[in-house]
Every structure is written in structure tokens, then in C-alpha cells.
Design a protein around this ligand. Structure first.
Ligand code: SAH
Length: 358
């Protein structure tokens, strides 16, 4: 694959709202005697027509296009690899300007396509059962790198599935609320630039309280998911080390506040690990914990990752756990793993740097 020049000092267009384009692109335009309305043309190409280069912007003067291309970028990602699962799931490995690599996954169901995107290269939080956690932290993604996963995936989805992305979930590599500023900007651009509905965007967190508060302050109805995995402190600390910093009682008081402000249901993710967090007793503690919240629990069978001796809970165990929740009035659903054959399922996203073809 051809070597890619580093982004240098180019301004990333995908981290700016359309209404900012006049201020962002305007100075470069006036320098070459071009009218300011061209900035709006550029914004339309980027957000209405999903352009990623100035070459595509055929209503701009031919000699203006390379001038802008030198100063502005709308393509922070290069597709390094694409894998297609037997179940239709498509995983992308993206190479960033500095050589870092991240993954995102398109998950088609009968009636809609969901995009699972990354917010960091690697992750610092070291959850015991997560491949990204094993891998460690490389760096934060910029807002443009987050948004570009959507833009580039949308074009693939239209082509591969004949329909665009219906839902975006921040459940790929990284902890979105540890990269708060870039993630908040990316939400603004997805919603305010591409016009993607806020209710169709879910930010998933391991429970970073300051970030939950920041999301609560946003006026748009973005959805929140919390990766819980255990309803009790000692067990959760073992699985999710950040429990030490943001223990359950504090997390849940932040969540209750969030719910008061937003009036929105919160999703909880619970990875079912055989003999670790899947007893009926723990299902009862979970129900106690969720008692005064409007919550929905996604039970995700643990996806085995290399080098760990955890195993997924048996289907009957998951059914029993789920039955306890239902009896106790807590809504729950069991999630089917998707894209396992291409290591695209929950928690498996982890680039193989030496050989991305694997
Ligand atoms: N850091 C964020 C988002 C990334 S993880 C968060 O923790 O929510 C997305 C979801 O996949 C999380 O709920 C995570 O706990 C879950 N997950 C991670 N590893 C997994 C595995 N091996 N099997 C099943 N689910 C896993």
C-alpha cells in the first residue's frame, strides 16, 4: 500500500460544523480572491454529499481544488483492511496519519445497519475481559478521526447493504468519556453536520462520572450505555479496575442525576462470564441496584479472547439470569455475538499490528 504523507498542518474539516466553514475556510479563499460562499459549497460537499477530497467538488474552480487540498483535509483515515463475516458483519481496520490503527464494525440486521466505532487507539482502562484493554493505551482519536469512521463506513454500508447506517454506537476500541472533548465534538458534527439523529447515537462508558455529567448537559438526546458487568463493588473492581476510582454508589448517584435531567432510559451492558458474574444471586443484586432507575440490561455472552481463561456463560445460565431480572421487573435482552469469525465481536477489536491481514 502506498505511503501516506503525514497530515502536517492541514486543518481537518470533519471536526467543524457547517456553519463554521466560512470562518475556517474563508481566509484561504479570500487569499486567492475567491468569494466566501465557496465555503458553503465545501460544507455541502462534505456533509450532504459525503465527499472526502476536493477533487470531487466539481463546482469549485479546477485550480482552487489543489490549493484547498494542501491546506485542508477531509480524509484522516485510510482503509488498511476490510474483513467480511459470514453473518454479514464488516470490520474495517483504519490507518491514521501517524501510523496508528483502529477498527470499526458495520453490523447489519434484517432492517437496519449499526456502526460500532472507536474513540481511542487502544485503551487505558484494562477491563479484564477486553482485548483492547490488554493492548494498552496508544492515543486519543481526534474528533475528525471519529467522525471519518462514520463517513467512510456510511459509503461502504450503502454499497454493501443498499442502505445507510441507522445507529451509531461508541463501543469500539477505547473509552469515549476518557477522550471527552473530541467525543463531544464528534457528536456535534455527526448530529449538526451529517444530520444524524441524536437518539440513534449511543455513547458507551465504563462509568466515568465527569463525562456522564458532561453528556447530561448536552441538549441533544444522545443515548447513554454503561458497562456494568457486576452489581457489587469487589467483583466489579476485579473485572473493571476503574471501579476503584468511581465506585458503584457514586456512579449510580450520577446516573440518577443524569436520568432526572435527561428523562431517558439508560442501557446497561453486562458481559456474562461463566462462574464469575452469572449467578442468580447476582441477578438479584443487579435488580436491587437498578431498582429506582429506568434501565435496560443487555446480556452479552463473553467473547473469548486469547490469553484468558474466562469462558462464556452457558445459554441456560444466561436464560436463568435473565429470568430473574424479568421477574424483578428489570427489562433485559440477550445479545447474539456478531462477526466472531472475523474477531469483530464485542471486546475482540484489537488490531494485529504486525499483520493486519490476520
Ligand atoms: N469503553 C466503553 C466502550 C467499549 S467496550 C465501555 O466500556 O463501555 C463495548 C462493550 O463491549 C463494553 O460493554 C465492554 O464491556 C464489552 N466487552 C469488552 N470485552 C468483551 C468480551 N470479551 N466479550 C463480551 N463483551 C465485551
Amino acid at each position: 500500500m502506498e505511503e501516506r504523507a503525514p497530515n502536517g498542518d492541514r486543518i481537518e474539516l470533519l471536526e467543524h460544523l457547517p456553519q463554521e466553514y466560512e470562518a475556517v475556510v474563508g481566509p484561504a479563499l479570500s487569499q486567492v480572491g475567491q468569494p466566501a460562499y465557496r465555503a458553503r459549497q465545501v460544507a455541502r460537499w462534505i456533509y450532504d454529499r459525503y465527499a472526502s477530497s476536493f477533487d470531487e467538488m466539481t463546482d469549485l474552480p479546477t485550480d482552487l481544488r489543489p490549493l484547498l487540498e494542501r491546506q485542508f483535509s477531509a480524509s484522516p483515515l485510510e482503509m488498511a483492511y476490510q474483513a467480511r463475516s459470514r453473518d454479514g458483519t464488516i470490520k474495517h481496520l483504519w490507518r491514521l496519519h501517524d501510523g496508528e490503527q483502529i477498527e470499526s464494525v458495520l453490523i447489519p440486521t434484517a432492517d437496519r445497519v449499526t456502526l460500532c466505532l472507536s474513540s481511542q487507539a487502544g485503551c487505558a482502562l484494562a477491563c479484564r475481559f477486553c482485548a483492547t484493554g490488554d493492548f494498552g493505551f496508544r492515543r486519543h482519536l481526534s474528533a475528525a478521526e471519529i467522525v471519518a469512521q462514520f463517513r467512510d463506513s456510511e459509503l461502504v454500508a450503502r454499497h454493501a447493504f443498499g442502505r445507510g447506517i441507522a445507529n451509531v454506537v461508541y463501543m469500539g476500541m477505547g473509552e469515549p468519556l476518557a477522550n471527552l472533548e473530541a467525543v463531544l465534538t464528534s457528536l456535534s458534527v455527526l448530529h449538526g453536520g451529517f444530520g444524524f439523529g441524536a437518539r440513534r447515537i449511543t455513547v458507551s462508558t465504563v462509568g466515568l462520572i465527569p463525562g456522564i455529567r458532561a453528556l447530561a448537559e448536552r441538549p441533544e438526546p444522545f443515548r447513554l450505555a454503561v458497562s456494568l458487568h457486576a452489581p457489587e463493588h469487589a467483583l466489579r473492581e476485579r473485572l473493571v479496575p476503574v471501579e476503584k476510582r468511581y465506585p458503584l454508589p457514586e456512579l449510580f448517584s450520577a446516573l440518577r442525576e443524569y436520568q432526572e435531567i435527561k428523562g431517558r432510559r439508560i442501557t446497561f451492558e453486562y458481559t456474562m462470564i461463566d462462574g464469575v458474574n452469572d449467578s442468580d444471586e447476582l441477578a438479584h443484586s443487579l435488580a436491587d441496584l437498578l431498582n429506582d432507575l429506568d434501565g435496560f440490561v443487555n446480556l452479552i455472552p463473553y467473547n473469548p479472547i486469547p490469553g484468558h481463561d474466562f469462558a462464556p456463560s452457558a445459554p441456560e445460565r444466561i436464560a436463568s439470569f435473565s429470568a430473574v431480572l424479568q421477574e424483578r421487573g428489570v427489562e433485559a435482552a440477550v445479545r447474539r455475538p456478531r462477526g466472531r469469525d472475523i474477531a469483530a465481536a464485542c471486546g475482540q477489536l484489537r488490531l494485529e499490528r504486525e499483520d493486519p491481514g490476520n
